[in-house]
Design a protein around this ligand. Structure first.
Ligand SMILES: C[S@@+](CC[C@H](N)C(=O)[O-])C[C@H]1O[C@@H](n2cnc3c(N)ncnc32)[C@H](O)[C@@H]1O
Length: 202
């Protein structure tokens, strides 16, 4: 099958995604954080910021119906190097059915150490966060940062957001922050931030 055929087959299977997304938003708006999936434009911005050595995986946390995941695959992340973490079982099933070959984990962003197979710990080139962290209290945000650090030491993570300023209090969380992309071609317009652990003081 050609790359184009695979891509259009994935698109067709992904079409149920919008109604599933909306249904989940109605069921739990705070967990979803958005009414509609991310746009292709936002996906392309995220994908261009991915850093990965050949032996490393990319982990997308809060993969939803796979809008960003498809952009990562289209940008060249190998199917067997993409790992999706999604807390809603129905969405995880949708991801596994629509993106064959991708490793889908039904798991919790706040429990990445247990959710991700041990062989992947320390083998993560880029972690991408799609969960609405901005809505959470500082101690939950800290828990997420600590979990990422435990499985991807020193790497930090990318976070896409609708906030204009940093959605995380980066200094309080011991992180450095850089906004690396912005696009109006998303509803709502979105930025991509890169957070990394601050170097420890001597
Ligand atoms: C804003 S949506 C992003 C979906 C998709 N990545 C996109 O860009 O269209 C947030 C996703 O994070 C998932 N999510 C929320 N809390 C989570 C958690 N604690 N662990 C894993 N996934 C979570 C939700 O179920 C939802 O699919």
């Amino acid at each position: 099958m050609s790359d184009q055929t695979i891509a259009s087959a994935q698109d067709r299977r992904g079409q149920g995604g919008v109604s599933l997304f909306l249904r989940r938003w109605l069921a739990n708006p705070l967990q979803m954080g958005s009414v509609v999936p991310s746009s292709r434009a936002l996906g392309r911005h995220v994908a261009r910021l991915v850093e990965r050595r050949d032996d490393e995986v990319v982990v997308e946390i809060g993969a939803g119906t796979g809008a960003i995941s498809r952009a990562l695959l289209a940008a060249g992340v190998p199917v067997d190097r993409l790992v999706l973490v999604e807390i809603v079982p129905e969405m995880a099933e949708h991801l596994a059915a629509s993106l064959p070959g991708v490793h889908v984990v039904t798991g919790d962003a706040f429990d990445l150490v247990a959710s991700l197979p041990r062989r992947m710990h320390g083998r993560i080139g880029t972690a991408i966060c799609g969960i609405p962290l901005v809505l959470l209290p500082l101690e939950r945000q800290r828990r997420f940062v600590d979990q990422v650090e435990a499985v991807a030491p020193g790497r930090g993570f990318l976070l896409y957001t609708y906030c204009i300023t940093s959605p995380l209090p980066w200094d309080a969380l011991g992180l450095s922050a850089r906004r690396q992309a912005w696009t109006p071609m998303n509803f709502p317009p979105a930025s991509v931030w890169r957070y990394r652990p601050q170097p420890s003081q001597p």
